[in-house]
Design a protein around this ligand. Structure first.
Ligand SMILES: [Zn+2]
Length: 169
């Protein structure tokens, strides 16, 4: 399966526009708690309208757009080298510390430590890092040139010690 046309071009311009910050006094960083409030309150309100599954899909697809853009910007043919650069991007941007957790037949399983969205949160009984799942899925898609399925198989907010993204290829 080829990637849909909608992934081409537009998001690159969007990301460029979003990264232009002019805040001479306040700068371009914010407390993580502010990001989490934006993120979680948005998700909770989305759940009221779209339901849990719908919300998961929306956030995951948004993350995929970013993962695809990051992946497409790398131009690396070797999978290991490619993944290392993706891991670097994720860590350098404070999203978390991403690594390969284990490999199973037909699956790529990634561990995300210090997740931007949920690290340190108490167990609220659900997995909430749909955007991060999307980033990982999108990066894998960009490498393979085809769509993949991805789920969050572990999450700090669901009582685990780290987040885990399982990509089925
Ligand atoms: Zn999580």
């Amino acid at each position: 399966m080829k990637l849909p046309e909608k992934y081409d071009g537009e998001n690159k311009n969007r990301m460029k526009a979003l990264s232009q910050v002019v805040r001479p006094k306040l700068g371009d960083t914010i407390p993580l708690s502010v990001f989490r409030v934006f993120r979680q309150f948005s998700a909770l309100h989305a759940e009221e309208i779209l339901g849990r599954t719908g919300t998961k899909v929306v956030f995951q697809h948004a993350g995929r757009q970013l993962g695809i853009e990051v992946g497409k910007s790398l131009h690396i043919d070797d999978l290991q080298e490619y993944l290392n650069r993706v891991f670097e991007y994720v860590e350098d941007n404070g999203i978390g510390i991403l690594s390969v957790n284990t490999d199973e037949e037909g699956k790529m399983i990634f561990k995300l430590d210090e997740c931007i969205t949920c690290a340190g949160m108490p167990d609220i009984g659900k997995k909430i890092c749909h955007f991060e799942v999307g980033i990982v899925a999108g990066a894998v898609e960009a490498f393979l040139g085809e769509s993949v399925a991805a789920t969050e198989s572990k999450c700090n907010a669901d009582g685990d010690d780290f987040c885990e993204v399982t990509v089925t290829v």
